[in-house]
Design a protein around this ligand. Structure first.
Ligand code: TXA
Ligand code: MG
Length: 316
């Protein structure tokens, strides 16, 4: 396929119907969510889900998030615990993914769950994602719409850059507002387990439940892509917590520490999260071989940003 084989769709109702038809036919459609662009497939269609792994070149042991139009569909697919109900009413639709026990009768491909008896579910809060999920009427498996190991896409151009020609369509809904992936909470037990820091700060989970989430271990579970060291990496070598770059380094600034480019000149963590992947893409586009990154405060969304920056900095 050439890039031209990937259809660029608009968020119009007729284009969303077309996108839903492509999903029904087993095709892949990238679409915007409030976090990052997702690479969608019918979650009940084995070969379509397999196509996701093929298009991304993703290691097959990573389970995928199933996206739903509303919380009532979640209860049909998985067992909602009291904790899950509280989190869902507080944060859905939104940047929260819940890991729950899969119902035996659920029509979901084993490739989505990596053969486990648990499933990750999310109800996204983006009008285009909502429109597509409603037009489709079922769960859509969607990892971030980037080749495995590359930076997550926050614009349709990023998607085409990485996957153009390999997927049937991309719905262009502009830039993603949150810019980092969803927070993942395992809500199966009595205590919340944080599996991935993301768009909903851990502090907000604590406020909702009255107890802080435990940081997840991967006992018995397949490792999450977020735990693969180079998952968020640009091409260049990354050095963190730098206040003064060395000769030859391209500097990514934050707040008072200026750079060749910046996550947020005003030191706004929301803005930095929304810019993060775009700036990493920019560094790749500049051909940066050595990258220095200014310190980012480790609270609120800063935790998710630092988590991703640390992965980007792991030597490869
Ligand atoms: O914001 C997001 O979450 C984006 C947008 C597109 O919704 N999606 C996303 O998907 O980041 P992906 O596939 O890149 O990340 C899925 C994460 C992985 O860390 C995976 O291991 C975890 O969800 N996951 C999925 N199913 C799981 C399960 N049953 N148990 C534990 N972790 C699971
Ligand atoms: Mg990803």
């Amino acid at each position: 396929m050439t890039q031209a084989n990937t259809k660029l769709l608009t968020p119009s109702q007729s284009d969303l119907e077309q996108a839903a038809d492509i999903l029904r036919a087993g095709g892949l459609v990238a679409f915007p969510t409030e976090t990052v662009y997702g690479l969608g497939a019918d979650a009940g269609h084995d070969t379509a889900v397999a196509e996701i792994f093929a298009a991304k070149g993703r290691p097959a042991f990573n389970p995928l998030i199933a996206h739903l139009p509303d919380a009532s569909m979640a209860a049909q697919i998985a067992v909602m615990t009291p904790m899950a109900d509280r989190l869902a009413s507080a944060f859905w639709p939104g940047a929260l993914t819940l890991v729950l026990r899969l119902r035996d009768a659920a029509r979901v491909s084993k490739l989505v769950t990596a053969g486990q008896d648990s499933i990750a579910l999310r109800v996204p809060d983006h009008p285009v994602a909502q429109g597509l999920l409603q037009a489709f009427g079922g769960p859509v498996a969607a990892p971030s719409a980037n080749p495995s190991g590359r930076i997550s896409p926050t614009t349709a151009a990023h998607v085409l850059d990485g996957l153009g020609g390999q997927i049937a369509a991309v719905v262009d809904g502009g830039a993603c507002g949150v810019g980092v992936e969803s927070t993942i909470i395992d809500a199966r037990g009595d205590a919340p387990v944080l599996l991935r820091a993301g768009g909903i700060p851990a502090e907000a989970i604590t406020d909702c439940l009255g107890q802080p989430p435990i940081t997840g271990t991967t006992t018995g579970a397949p490792i999450a892509p977020g735990q693969l060291s180079s998952h968020y990496a640009p091409q260049g070598r990354v050095r963190l917590n730098v206040t003064a770059p060395k000769t030859g380094e391209v500097m990514l600034g934050f707040g008072p520490i200026p750079g060749d480019l910046t996550l947020s000149a005003s030191g706004d963590l929301m803005e930095a999260a929304a810019n993060l992947f775009a700036r990493l893409h920019d560094l790749d586009a500049m051909g940066a071989t050595h990258i220095a990154v200014a310190p980012v405060p480790d609270h609120g969304l800063g935790r998710a940003i630092n988590d991703r920056l640390r992965r980007a900095a792991v030597p490869r």
